[in-house]
Design a protein around this ligand. Structure first.
Ligand code: NAI
Length: 255
């Protein structure tokens, strides 16, 4: 099938919900050759796997906790055994939630450790273990899903922003370190998106209003708004881009 991702083999983490799920649907629509959906949520991941397989896509789901390095090594082997190569990694898995929100003086070590383990370390492990495979096949594209909270600050989200801030730095480091090998590393910086992660937060009218008021376009994003940017950075259309910070925030950071 022709498409913007024709012939490419990809892995997307956090594929069972929200932005990752939307990206996987677009990847299939754009003719990806092979796609590994990775997530800790096996039930939701398997349901999406079945739905995409019914569309004749070569898609498999695999359990992956991105904070566990050993699991990354196993998953890369699975990818290469099945398709012989990997061209695209989307480090999308991430976690925020109640414990990551309080301001600095109420931020706990537990919240910081969790945020760094998933939002930063998890993505680093992904890059670390995909790069040797990309090198073998002459290059690749890594897309890290960062956050607008690394560009602008807010009252909520301290520990979350700390982990994502580390990911922003790791993205730029990797971009410079591997550009000569044609391995591109770019970041997508979403604003406020309606997903599983934000459902509870956005269900409170005062939070919702605060976030919409901060957004010049006057609405919250849907997952596809972000997924389109991921497809672009994953595809060869962005072949002259590395280290880019693609902000998709409805104008928040232009205020
Ligand atoms: P979501 O909660 O809908 O999806 C996240 C997925 O990641 C879930 O399926 C979850 O099971 C999975 N996941 C969580 N921990 C994992 C782990 N340790 N290993 C593997 N998978 C894991 O959330 P959403 O919003 O789609 O998040 C996707 C990315 O976008 C995250 O990195 C998030 O931080 C980022 N983001 C989201 C924003 C929003 O407003 N929703 C704003 C800025 C960034």
């Amino acid at each position: 099938m022709a498409g913007r991702l024709a012939g490419k083999v990809a892995i997307v983490t956090g594929a069972a919900s929200g932005i990752g799920e939307a990206a996987c649907r677009l990847f299939v629509r754009e003719g990806v050759r092979g796609l590994l959906l990775a997530d800790v949520n096996d039930t939701a991941g398997k349901a999406i796997e079945a739905e995409l397989q019914a569309k004749k896509a070569d898609v498999i789901f695999a359990h992956l906790d991105v904070s566990q390095e050993k699991q990354w090594i196993d998953i890369m082997q699975r990818l290469v055994d099945r398709w012989g190569r990997v061209d695209i990694l989307v480090n999308n898995a991430g976690r925020g939630g109640v414990i990551t929100r309080p301001p600095v003086e109420h931020t706990t070590e537990e919240a910081l450790d969790m945020s760094f383990a998933i939002n930063a370390k998890g993505a680093l492990f992904g890059m670390k273990h995909v790069i040797p495979h990309m090198r073998k096949s002459g290059g690749g594209s890594i897309v890290n899903v960062v956050s607008i909270y690394t560009v602008v600050a807010d009252v909520l989200g301290t520990a979350y922003a700390a982990g994502k801030g580390a990911l922003r730095s790791l993205t730029r480091m990797a971009a410079v370190q591997y550009a000569a090998e044609n391995i591109r590393v770019n970041g997508v910086f979403p604003g406020f998106v309606e997903t599983g992660m934000t459902r509870e937060l956005h269900s409170k009218p005062e939070n919702r209003k605060h976030r919409i008021d901060l957004t010049p376009l006057g609405r919250l994003a849907v997952p596809e708004d972000i997924a389109y940017g991921i497809v672009y950075l994953a595809s060869d259309e962005s072949s002259y881009m590395t280290g880019t910070e693609l902000v998709i925030d409805g104008g928040i950071s232009s205020r």
